[in-house]
Design a binder for this molecule. Structure first.
Ligand code: GUN
Length: 355
């Protein structure tokens, strides 16, 4: 796999100076779960394939899957760099400290860290507004729940996940303010058995519509077995549970990955923080089930159009936490600082954010 690009030391002096072949940009992707997860990682890999197709032999992409958010990730990134990768996408939050460490040692490699917030000269951060997809799914949940109790199988208690849980509930309550929500944490991104167990316990507790912030279709499959309804997240999961499936909140990484590669090839790697949503085509609720009433489809279409043209924001007051404290006043729109620091549950969600 190693490529030696340096000229041999003893090149004959009379050799004509050939124009150097343009170097391929080598790009490595590090994934936290298998590419076959049907969700988060599957979708990042679709983004990788999209840039490989678009830029052809100007780039060479590779990936390593199922890399834990531990020192293992540091080893994988150093290895990618040793193999000549000059751009490395680290696609899970828990890689953050390891990205920082490796990036400090390798200033000529550019790092792209998904869902993180720590940048440096050679580290950009990026994410999609998954909470906008969660809100659109919430509207559908609000129209479909009979028990008026929705549930979320939650992964790791970071602000992104807490924001998504709340946004799902806000969507449901936009249809019926009396809707309540339960949350079960599995403390992992990808553990189908635990995801299933959590889904079953929510259903046993009276939940009839589920959302999840984990990586696999296990929650959907459990809903299908138990006669409940649920959503796909990150990827189109409709085929895993055709009866239970109410829609998939699908992330599209291709527009951002294309921008990064285009800019990098032009010598202008875009260091910064990118957070794209419905407006930029980075997230949408797709494949909404046929039995969802027209009135609910209209509400989804209206919210989506508002997110697209900027006339609507999910986090618009009045919003109270579940202790009754008002956090956003009537008409007040949350800024990014508020959104990235959400560590409470909105009114109607049972329990407390861990930690
Ligand atoms: N799955 C694995 N890592 C992540 C992450 O950082 N964010 C989200 N939403 N899902 C993930």
């Amino acid at each position: 796999q190693k490529e030696e690009t340096a000229a041999p030391a003893a090149a004959p002096a009379e050799a004509p100076a050939a124009a150097p072949a343009p170097d391929k940009l080598k790009i490595g992707f590090m994934y936290v779960s298998p590419i076959g997860d049907g969700g988060w990682t599957f979708q990042h890999d679709l983004g990788r394939k999209a840039i490989q197709d678009k830029f052809g032999d100007r780039i060479e992409t590779s990936f390593v899957e199922s890399v834990p958010e531990s020192a293992d990730s540091e080893r994988v990134m150093r290895d990618m760099a040793a193999q000549g990768n000059k751009l490395i996408f680290a696609t899970s939050f828990g890689y953050q400290e390891f990205v920082q460490k490796v990036a400090a040692d390798l200033p000529d490699v550019k790092f792209e860290h998904a869902t993180g917030y720590k940048q440096r000269e050679n580290v950009a951060t990026y994410d999609t507004k998954t909470f906008e997809g969660a809100y659109l799914a919430g509207i559908v949940a609000g129209g479909m729940t009979q028990t008026k109790t929705v549930g979320v199988v939650a992964s790791v208690p970071i602000p992104e996940v807490v924001r998504n849980i709340n946004s799902f509930v806000l969507g449901a309550q936009s249809v019926d303010p009396s809707i309540r929500a339960k949350v079960v944490w599995v403390n992992e991104w990808f553990s189908p058995p635990k995801e299933s167990e959590a889904a079953a316990s929510l259903i046993n507790g009276g939940v009839d519509v589920l959302y999840q912030n984990t990586n696999s279709p296990a929650v959907l499959k459990t809903a299908e077995e138990r006669g409940a309804r649920a959503f796909g997240k990150d990827g189109d999961m409709s085929s895993f549970a055709p009866k239970a499936h109410l829609g998939s909140a699908v992330v599209n990484w291709a527009p951002y990955y294309t921008k990064v590669v285009e800019d990098t090839l032009a010598g202008n790697w875009p260091q910064g923080n990118y957070w794209w949503g419905v407006k930029e085509g980075a997230i949408d609720l797709l494949k909404i089930a046929d039995d969802v009433p027209q009135e609910i489809l209209d509400r989804v279409a209206k919210a989506r159009a508002g997110l697209k043209d900027g006339s609507f924001a999910v986090w618009t007051g009045p919003i109270k936490d579940n202790t009754g404290k008002e956090l956003l006043a009537e008409g007040q729109v949350a800024d990014d600082q508020f959104l990235t620091g959400i560590n409470f549950f909105v009114a109607g969600v049972e329990g407390k954010v861990p930690g």
